[in-house]
Design a protein around this ligand. Structure first.
Ligand code: ADP
Length: 415
């Protein structure tokens, strides 16, 4: 904010405060907010290793732990019991190394067993102070470890950091965790914050005896979801007992040392983050996902073609009896509908419409109801089917689908 704006400002106190925050943020090139839909998926572990990995690459890094209810960064980096220093009215972040500065509420609580009972606005105030009253100085990257979910802390962080802050979402591969990731992606899209990518942690198990990776749970769910939602996939990190034991020992950085599969996986994520969010091009928009990570059923772009059966301009409950199909080309990276055309289907006979839709180059059909045979035919032709959508304008349905917030009910036709 310019001084001229301050001079004419009706709320000088607020304006000065904003100025102070902006001055602090201007010195930070890239802000990466680490989110997860659920607790226990390894978000803090990934945040700590990402920050340590970037620092080991010679970047100037800040790591801010805003999990006011369970700050775990001091423990993960063996910094418990350390008190941040003061210089005037500024707090000095704790230095893990010359180029990794850390701040956490955990440093300020007199007793780590103490429960913090704060309401949203208080948490927001504390987070703001962590940004503007901590002497971060010039940073290439600020990595912010948020509590799980999309509650007060992530919201405050995003709002304070602004729309250039990029989210890195950590998930485990199970479907139940993946559902929560959709909410995290939607949360970022609503706030206009780009999603840097998804990391699938605890993906396969590295056997300490033979060193081989075994898939205990299903893997790859994070990557499928990333494609589905049009966000980059940053990689998989296996379950590795040494990740847990080094974290317990406060030596999270060990996880990125050596040549173990987990160490290499962490290094790969760090390399992707540096490539996709280069600190020396902080003013450039976040580059789109690499072609291989894009939702590209038909090619290299993030273009997806979605068809919705309509009658009277809104979704028709049974796709076989619709008047037209609204066929929309959408850009999954931006969520924009690029073009809509209305196609009249051939007469309803078994098997005809799936083949006709596939020939139109459609990737996804969103319907109210559809029989199993038709669904199987679509599947065979590589067309994804979503059923149970409610009657609404096709554009609204597609917009909700792209945001991950499409509400679906029962399949209204399941013969
Ligand atoms: P969150 O921040 O999502 O709650 P944490 O980072 O605190 O999760 O991790 C939860 C537990 O899982 C910790 O004990 C941590 O050491 C362990 N953990 C995280 N990632 C891995 C991994 N890839 N392999 C083995 N243990 C892991």
């Amino acid at each position: 904010m310019s001084d001229q704006a301050c001079a004419s400002c009706a709320d000088k106190g607020k304006c000065d405060e904003d100025k102070r925050l902006n001055q602090a943020l201007c010195r930070i090139k890239r802000k990466i907010v680490v989110l997860s839909g659920k607790g226990g998926v390894g978000k803090s572990t990934v945040a700590a290793n990402l920050a340590a990995g970037l620092a080991l690459e010679g970047k100037k890094v800040g790591l801010l732990d805003v999990d006011v209810h369970g700050p775990s960064i001091p423990r993960l980096l063996k910094l418990t019991g350390i008190q941040p220093g003061l210089e005037g009215d500024m707090m000095l972040p704790v230095e893990w190394s010359w180029n990794l500065k850390v701040m956490s509420l955990g440093f300020l609580l007199p007793d780590s067993d103490e429960a913090v009972i704060w309401r949203g606005p208080v948490k927001g105030g504390v987070i703001k102070q962590f940004l503007e009253n901590v002497a971060w100085g010039d940073l290439d990257y600020l990595v912010v470890d948020c509590p799980p979910g999309t509650g007060d802390e992530p919201l405050s962080v995003m709002q304070l950091l602004g729309t250039k802050a990029q989210a890195l979402i950590v998930t485990s591969p199970q479907a139940v965790a993946l559902d929560d990731v959709r909410r995290s992606v939607t949360f970022c899209r609503r706030l206009d914050n780009p999603v840097l990518g998804i990391v699938e942690n605890m993906s396969g198990f590295v056997c300490p005896d033979c060193g081989a990776t075994h898939n205990i749970f299903s893997t790859g769910g994070g990557e499928v979801l990333a494609k589905d939602m049009g966000v980059p996939f940053l990689g998989r990190i296996p379950i590795d007992p040494s990740v847990a034991s080094s974290g317990d020992a406060g030596e999270a950085f060990l996880a990125i040392k050596g040549q173990s599969p987990s160490a290499l996986a962490f290094k790969d994520v760090v390399a992707k983050v540096m490539a996709m969010a280069p600190a020396d091009q902080a003013d450039a928009p976040a580059p789109a996902a690499p072609a291989t990570d894009r939702p590209a059923p038909g090619g290299e772009s993030s273009k997806l073609t979605v068809a919705v059966p309509t009658v009277g301009g809104i979704l028709c409950a049974h796709f076989g009896h619709c008047e037209t199909f609204a066929v929309m080309d959408v850009d999954t990276a931006t969520g924009n509908i690029l073009a809509t055309r209305h196609e009249t289907p051939p007469p309803h006979e078994p098997g005809v419409i799936p083949a006709w839709i596939a020939d139109l180059g459609v990737d996804v059909v969103i319907a109210g109801g559809m029989g199993q045979k038709a669904r199987d035919l679509f599947e065979e032709k590589g067309v994804k089917v979503v059923v149970g959508a409610m009657a609404a304008a096709p554009e609204a349905i597609v917009a909700d689908y792209l945001r991950g917030s499409l509400t679906t009910g029962p399949n209204t036709c399941d013969h």
